[in-house]
Design a protein around this ligand. Structure first.
Ligand SMILES: [Fe+2]
Ligand SMILES: [Fe+2]
Length: 163
């Protein structure tokens, strides 16, 4: 898989703002995926895989640990990790359908997947992120924002050149 990092630019001053802006990109791609037919399905799925890889890595490495330790919500953090793993499995299944050229269930599966990810995003935006913001003092917020920006800058995927 080739990840196009330009699909998910870092926009925002703090961690939550950056993640909320990521969510807009993800939601647009989810709609495109459920509406796509033919070869467009593969294109959108590749974009979605790339964007989710970057977004989920940011959350799993930095933000969920902060929800656990800074906001004191261990269960919430565990729940979000679990939902992310479930979504990864669904994404793998969708990918396999395209690779095996059996798309009879693709539309239904894509709808379910999109619904699950939308629900996960909703939970983050309505519950987990506000809790983090309530519990993080200015220093915590600053450290987390810097960590997220540094992490995202460090993600450079290069295409191997063919000599
Ligand atoms: Fe998430
Ligand atoms: Fe998220």
């Amino acid at each position: 898989m080739q990840i196009d990092t330009t699909l998910l630019p870092v926009r925002g001053n703090d961690a939550v703002e950056i993640l909320r802006n990521d969510h807009q990109v993800i939601k647009t791609l989810l709609t495109e995926l459920t509406e796509a037919v033919g070869p467009r399905r593969e294109q959108v799925l590749e974009q979605l895989k790339g964007v989710l890889t970057i977004h989920n890595a940011t959350e799993e490495n930095l933000v969920y640990p902060a929800i656990n330790k800074v906001a004191g919500s261990k269960l919430e953090a565990q729940h979000l990790y679990h939902e992310t793993a479930e979504a990864d499995t669904a994404l793998f299944e969708l990918d396999s359908m395209l690779k095996e050229r059996d798309e009879s269930e693709f539309g239904t599966k894509a709808e379910k997947f999109a619904e699950a990810v939308r629900h996960h995003i909703e939970e983050e935006e309505q519950k987990a992120f506000p809790r983090l913001q309530e519990n993080a003092d200015a220093r915590h917020s600053e450290i987390l924002a810097e960590s997220v920006k540094t992490f995202r800058k460090s993600l450079h995927f290069e295409t191997p050149s063919i000599a």
